[in-house]
Design a protein around this ligand. Structure first.
Ligand SMILES: N[C@@H](CCC(=O)N[C@@H](CS)C(=O)NCC(=O)O)C(=O)O
Length: 214
């Protein structure tokens, strides 16, 4: 097995995969992709991933993109029966639902906020974007009735959602009084070794970049 991942530490979906790789203690070679320099739009990259997104995993001759697909592939292939992504159909289904929530709600809200600022010179997030973030926070608060986003155990869904949520917190700080469940969950996540090792450095770089453009 030779794993490589096309990566940028600032990218929340890349950080989610980094946390999964670190959790499973898998050796990986990171290949830096600078989207500001359009590294992801080269002919060579597009041949591998026509959707030109990062993260992209290469496992020998197998190529896979999308952080959620990568995260579940890694546990299914290399972390058999790991509680991060249990094989019990109902437990797995709830985790999948939260992963789709990240993919369909959290990350699009984040992307809608940071792209116009980082890439297109806008100076503050648009009001409709802030409304989407606020609605995403409302959903998260309701989901978080247990310690972790999919129940009593830490799962892939926590690692993916916290990469997005910690970045959304840069764009629109989470109101600790209005969102006590989110606040407690974010604290729990921030105490994980993988969060400290694989989310904090990229999150700090994302914050610095985002704030430099305001
Ligand atoms: N749903 C995808 C989103 C990936 C994504 O959009 N990544 C951004 C960086 S944070 C990217 O690749 N942007 C460049 C592009 O889409 O062309 C995932 O979870 O991997």
């Amino acid at each position: 097995m030779v794993l490589s991942m096309y990566n940028s530490d600032q990218s929340p979906p890349c950080r989610a995969c980094q946390m999964v790789l670190a959790y499973l203690k898998l050796p990986v070679k990171y290949i830096a992709v600078d989207t500001l320099k359009k590294d992801h739009l080269t002919e060579e990259y597009l041949k591998m991933n026509p959707q030109h997104t990062i993260p992209m995993l290469v496992d020998d001759d197998f190529i896979l993109w999308d952080s959620h697909a990568i995260a579940s592939y890694l546990v299914t292939k290399y972390g058999k029966d790991n509680p991060l992504y249990p094989s019990d159909p109902k437990k797995r289904a709830v985790i999948d639902q939260r992963l789709h929530f990240d993919s369909g709600i959290l990350f699009p809200a984040l992307r809608g906020a940071f792209e116009p600022i980082i890439y297109f010179g806008e100076k503050k997030p648009r009001p409709e974007v802030l409304e989407k973030i606020s609605s995403a926070y409302d959903f998260m608060e309701k989901f978080l009735t247990k310690a972790w986003i999919a129940g009593d155990e830490l799962s892939l869904a926590d690692l993916c959602c916290v990469a997005s949520m910690s970045s959304l917190n840069v764009v629109m700080p989470i109101d600790t009084k209005k969102y006590p469940n989110i606040t407690a969950w974010m604290k729990r996540c921030s105490e994980l070794d993988v969060y400290k090792k694989s989310n904090v450095p990229g999150l700090t770089a994302f914050k610095t970049l985002y704030e430099s453009k305001l």
